[in-house]
Write a protein that binds this ligand. Structure first.
Ligand SMILES: [Zn+2]
Length: 279
């Protein structure tokens, strides 16, 4: 594991040619973009070679962020990524590195994952199977736009999200608009690492249509945290079928989704694409 991370350092530094040197950050509050993006770019290369190692690195970051210092304080609580170098303190001597690299990397992974899931959800089955269609395209298109528009310039966190909002797939719209303010407020400027639970699940068949309903509970979160939660169901053959994304808004959110007939069990984010506290 340590060797995997060492070999990533070179790729990370190379990725700074784009994220940090070509595209600069506006203020100390935006420096996390350069670290998070350079680091995520290095992990994308790792993912191509070894998806398993890519997962292991993300899981290590999750454990780090959920660890406590010698005084029993959560690293998670050192502050949001937007505090930049001010995350360094006597309580958290490595605070800046841990939060901006590790939470920063997770934030980009969440953006990519939710764009991909929402794109899959949006595209009809016919388009989905069409050769060459790539559900990761919206994420990479946004990165290309950032590189083109901000080459030799600096970018702020708001401007970064503006680009991601431009072709935001419908399932991620909030209050009927292509709007990522909830991601900015709760995830970028917040520190939460929620625990998710599905409650009151009901699976019903009516006129040949199977629907799954229930409540998504977010624990250990501020009242207004919004999280895009991918919901899956298992089938008789124990395959996991993606049903859709639910924007869990606050502590409890009721949802209803159409499922394949024979759906058995509901799973929240089984592919571990969200920075949550695992039970
Ligand atoms: Zn760096």
């Amino acid at each position: 594991m340590a060797r995997v991370i060492d070999s990533q350092v070179l790729v990370h530094e190379t990725a700074h040619q784009w994220w940090g040197d070509l595209v600069l950050w506006k203020s100390y509050r935006d420096q996390w973009i350069s670290e998070g993006l350079a680091n995520y770019a290095s992990l994308l290369m790792l993912e191509q070679q070894s998806p398993a190692q890519f997962r292991q690195v993300l899981e290590k970051y999750r454990r780090d962020l959920l660890s406590k210092n010698k005084d029993g304080e959560w690293l998670r609580d050192a502050g949001p990524v937007t505090l930049g170098q001010r995350l360094e303190s006597s309580h958290f001597p490595g605070g800046y590195t841990s939060i901006s690299y590790e939470r920063g990397t997770w934030l980009f992974h969440m953006l990519r994952s939710m764009l991909r899931d929402a794109t899959l959800r949006e595209s009809a089955p016919a388009t989905r199977s069409r050769k060459g269609s790539n559900p990761d395209e919206p994420f990479f298109r946004a990165l290309r736009k950032i590189r083109e528009r901000y080459a030799g310039k600096s970018i702020s966190t708001q401007e970064l999200l503006q680009v991601f909002q431009e072709d935001l797939p419908r399932p991620l719209w909030y209050e009927k608009r292509p709007n990522l303010d909830w991601f900015l407020d709760g995830w970028i400027e917040g520190t939460a690492i929620p625990e998710l639970e599905a409650r009151d699940i009901r699976i019903s068949e009516k006129a040949g249509v199977t629907t799954v309903s229930g409540v998504i509970v977010q624990k250990n979160v501020p009242d207004d945290l919004v999280t895009a939660v991918p919901v899956y169901a298992t089938t008789a053959s124990s395959a996991q079928v993606f049903l859709g994304e639910v924007l869990a808004d606050g502590r409890e959110t009721a949802f209803r989704l159409v499922a394949p007939s024979g759906a058995r069990k509901v799973l929240l984010d089984p592919k571990l694409t969200i920075l949550t506290t695992l039970k």
